[in-house]
Design a protein. Structure first.
Length: 316
């Protein structure tokens, strides 16, 4: 069973966003790593819980929500990315989940995501960014856009990787593409998907653990220099899922043994419920950037799920 934590009052023990005074005058929130926590199960027995903290609620919900060129950031949301965003194995994509999560009046969330992004991120990436830009977005969500600019088995020239350093070169290409977007942006970091090797992933496509650290360090550094960019900690979330222990993520908590309800059997893509959890994390980052208030978003997956197609047995 999932528990939902509603935002606490100012001063609750969560990391607070740093504020600045630029056009989008909230600086990027620092990433929140896992910390030890304790949960109590229904029998009153304490159990270790992995904790992935969420951005804290804004210090004052009376604070004016920041606008993007005079409009709500939720007005024209565009999703770009690969198979997760495209809803692999599901009947809905991330765009439809976000559409169900946004409560305020807005245009239909658009998607420029493709399950085949992995075949050529160096050509499909520019196309996705260009198509997104043509839609004049107020917010772009690229939760897995960068994934294949770190994973994969070929370098920036399309030749087999000669070293792990070439994965960092690929990341620079992905980051330069995202710099062409002129609106707020939410991206995901690089999780360790080693459990998918032998199935959806070949061993040659998996970055070494040290490379994942370097990729995420570079991504976080890049994002920290851009006040309107936020990074969802997929790496921490996947680490918690792989443990199959009880864990808390954002404002949600799950008991031990929840992995199969959130991750498909391929160990790479989320289930529909898992997709709503990713949307939850995206929503928290949107709040952290000051681009929405709690009343603009439904952050409880249990409230979002009924409006979505629950069929997850085959790819769209």
């Amino acid at each position: 069973m999932m528990n939902v934590l509603r935002p606490g009052p100012p001063g609750s023990p969560m990391k607070a966003p740093s504020l600045a005074s630029a056009s989008l005058s909230l600086a990027l929130l620092a990433s929140c790593g896992p910390a030890d926590a304790t949960a109590v199960d229904s029998a009153g027995v304490e159990q270790d819980t992995a904790r992935i903290d969420a951005p804290a609620p804004l210090a004052s919900r009376a604070r004016e929500v920041l606008l993007v060129d005079g409009e709500s950031a939720l007005q024209r949301v565009v999703v770009i990315g690969a198979s997760m965003s495209d809803g692999y194995g599901l009947e809905v994509g991330l765009d439809e989940v976000l559409d169900a999560m946004i409560l305020r009046e807005h245009d239909l969330v658009e998607a420029n995501a493709s399950t085949y992004f992995f075949t050529s991120p160096r050509t499909m990436g520019p196309d996705a960014v260009e198509l997104a830009s043509d839609l004049d977005p107020t917010l772009v969500v690229g939760i897995d856009f960068l994934f294949w600019f770190g994973y994969g088995s070929v370098n920036r020239d399309g030749k087999p990787l000669a070293s792990e350093d070439e994965r960092l070169d690929l990341l620079e290409i992905g980051l330069s593409l995202l710099d062409e977007l002129h609106c707020p942006l939410v991206v995901g970091d690089f999780p360790n998907m080693a459990d998918a090797v032998g199935g959806m992933l070949d061993a040659s496509q998996l970055p070494e653990p040290g490379t994942l650290v370097r990729l995420n360090r570079r991504l976080r550094g890049w994002a920290a220099e851009r006040a309107s960019v936020a990074v969802v900690g997929l790496s921490d979330a996947v680490t918690a899922l792989r443990s199959n222990r009880a864990f808390a993520i954002g404002r949600l908590s799950y008991p031990a043994g929840s992995t199969s309800s959130l991750l498909q059997a391929d160990h790479l893509h989320p289930t529909l419920e898992g997709m709503t959890v990713i949307a939850h994390l995206i929503g928290l980052e949107i709040l952290g950037l000051g681009l929405a208030s709690d009343s603009d978003l439904e952050l409880d997956p249990a409230q979002v799920l009924p409006g979505l197609n629950r069929e997850t047995g085959e790819a769209r």
